[in-house]
Ligand binder design. Structure first.
Ligand code: ADP
Ligand code: MG
Length: 315
């Protein structure tokens, strides 16, 4: 029989990253952490529930990666530099092969962003993963949802719709027969948190959010918090070659599908040239205006009537 402490020892204490600012890591009642002088700390947490946030047959390695990725995406959206994480796992049994794979996926991404796991919790129950991450920003430099102003330009990193189509592959609703379908599935299983983009946007973006629940919903949060509206040009929404190959031209999947974990942000027009140098890959998709609400239209004059406004756990 494997005990809780053997699991922690075997799969979570040996890790690729050792940070100097961790005075005491895993093993005591709490971790002792030494933030840099004057840094503000950004804290964010996310829970992944089987059947809600991931398909039951997901590979544990992908799940470990994903659990950290969605949290690092929140730090990216705040413009924070990732540093520490905690991990609480509820699992039905002490399946050592599962824990080995899960921790390998988690630490693969942790190593890439120099994140150290500094503590956590274990309990028996339905599979449920909670990660909390901590990152640094200079005081006043964090990117927030409430700074968008009329006239600001709206941008998005990467492309949208990949993960929503990838989820259809994961659910078996779409065949995994083409390279495009495999790319979409990868995009869903292993999102890339846009940490470097978030850091580049400090002092540049007036507002920022990560697109986890679909662009309509997440840009909507920015508009609401900032007290403004927006107009978005559908044709300017970046779509990958894989999306274009599998897409049925339904804008809903691109605009309301979740899980892409790209950044959507606004920039005052006078900073547009600097943005083009720092993040040339960001796509300009629309403009903030004073009229409340979000208007999405295509060049032929048709307006998007969203079939949903994004995922709500309690709706
Ligand atoms: P306590 O009972 O004081 O809350 P535990 O006995 O639950 O502590 O945990 C022992 C140590 O292992 C603690 O430092 C805790 O942070 C760490 N830990 C527990 N579960 C995990 C996990 N899944 N990943 C990383 N560290 C963990
Ligand atoms: Mg204790």
């Amino acid at each position: 029989m494997t005990t809780e402490f053997q699991l922690i020892e075997a799969y979570f204490t040996r890790q690729p990253v050792r940070r100097d600012d961790v005075i005491l890591g895993i093993g005591d009642d709490g971790a002792i952490l030494q933030p840099p002088p004057h840094a503000a700390i950004v804290v964010s947490t996310d829970t992944l529930v089987e059947g809600v946030h991931f398909v039951p047959d997901i590979a544990p390695r992908d799940l470990g990666y994903r659990a950290l990725a969605v949290n690092l995406s929140d730090l990216a959206a705040m413009g924070a530099e990732p540093a520490w994480a905690t991990l609480a796992i509820t699992a039905p049994r002490a399946d050592t092969a599962w824990f080995a794979e899960f921790s390998a996926g988690f630490f693969e991404l942790a190593a890439r962003h120099h994140v150290q796991l500094v503590g956590g919790n274990m309990a028996r129950g339905p599979l449920n993963i909670t990660v909390e991450v901590h990152g640094f920003v200079p005081p006043g430099a964090a990117l927030r949802r409430d700074g968008a102003r009329a006239g600001d330009l709206i941008f998005v990193t990467g492309s949208l719709g990949d993960a929503a189509l990838g989820l259809q592959v994961a659910q078996g609703r779409r065949a995994l027969s083409s390279d495009a379908a495999r790319l979409l599935l990868q995009h869903y299983l292993r999102p890339t948190p846009r940490v470097a983009a978030g850091l580049a946007l400090r002092g540049l973006a007036s507002a920022c959010i990560d697109v986890s629940d679909g662009l309509i919903a997440d840009l909507g949060h920015v508009l609401e918090r900032s007290g403004v509206g927006a107009t978005v040009q559908l044709e300017s929404i970046p779509r990958s070659a894989a999306v274009l190959q599998c897409w049925n031209r339904d804008w809903n999947i691109v605009m309301t599908g979740g899980d892409d974990y790209e950044l959507c942000f606004t920039v005052a027009p006078q900073h547009a040239a600097r943005l083009a140098t720092l993040l040339p890959e960001a796509a300009h998709i629309g403009v903030i205006d004073a009229q409340i609400g979000l208007r999405c239209s295509a060049g032929d004059g048709t307006a998007l009537q969203p079939s949903t406004t994004g995922y709500d756990h309690f709706a």
